[in-house]
Design a protein around this ligand. Sequence first.
Ligand SMILES: [Zn+2]
Length: 290
Amino acid sequence: MSAAGVSEPGDETASPLPDPDSSEVKQLLPSTSHLHIYRYLHSQRANPPTMQEIRSHIAEIHGGQAPAQTDRRLRDLRDYFAVETIRQGQEHRYVLRGRHSRPKDGPRRQLSERERAQVLAPQRCAQCGMTPLDHHIVLVVDHKLPRDWGGSDTLENLQPLCERCNSGKQAWFATYDEYADQISQAAHHEDPYKRIGELLKAFEGDWVPSELIKVVASMQQHQDDWQRRLREIRNLGWIILSKRTTEPDTKRSLSWYRVAHWEPWPSGSIRSEIKRIENERKKHHRLRDE
Ligand SMILES: [Zn+2]
């Protein structure tokens, strides 16, 4: 991960960023607070700020404390613009790259009754398996990857959960909120290997719960075999460690992964590169066994 390009503003020539004072931006962004953040990022493109610097800047405008929603508003900007997180040493910096290369399907929308019915059709909590009929629980529509973390409203990202599992999950996910930006970025990669690998990298050597890997791996297309892909990434020279723990309350077994060493992605197709390495290895073993 290099900071190349940061000191070279102008690589957004294909789609120039609108001026913060233009009426276009004012109409586009949902609030003045969003506009303040946009203006700041726009002026700091050659020297992208950290979250702390963004908070301090917004605090100045507000004459004291930055509103608690500053982090969320920065995330909202990603609905309209490509805001990239780059790592420099221990710090994350936010750089405005251009207009959104992948327009979302518009502002957040309410699910239709039909969609809700479709998600709830199994009439069973996807986590604990309880049903409204047998256990008198109420099912709610859950976003597997939260919307704040870049999760979509597509059916693949929705599941029925009972209220208890849903609030448990929300509390548990909230403990990872500091990684929200990086999780969202990892989830948006087209390539499933990148979604998994970039998620592990985002945690900078911290343990990542398998539930989160599973969800992020399936973000663009469903992945039944995310564990296999994770193993395959090791073929590229990555060192990925795993461990198991037991949740004290529920006795549920949890697995965790962390990256101890990673390599740059191959320039071409990751899948073909992994296949190529596997074949080399097989050939090598055959030769040795002969
Ligand atoms: Zn449940």
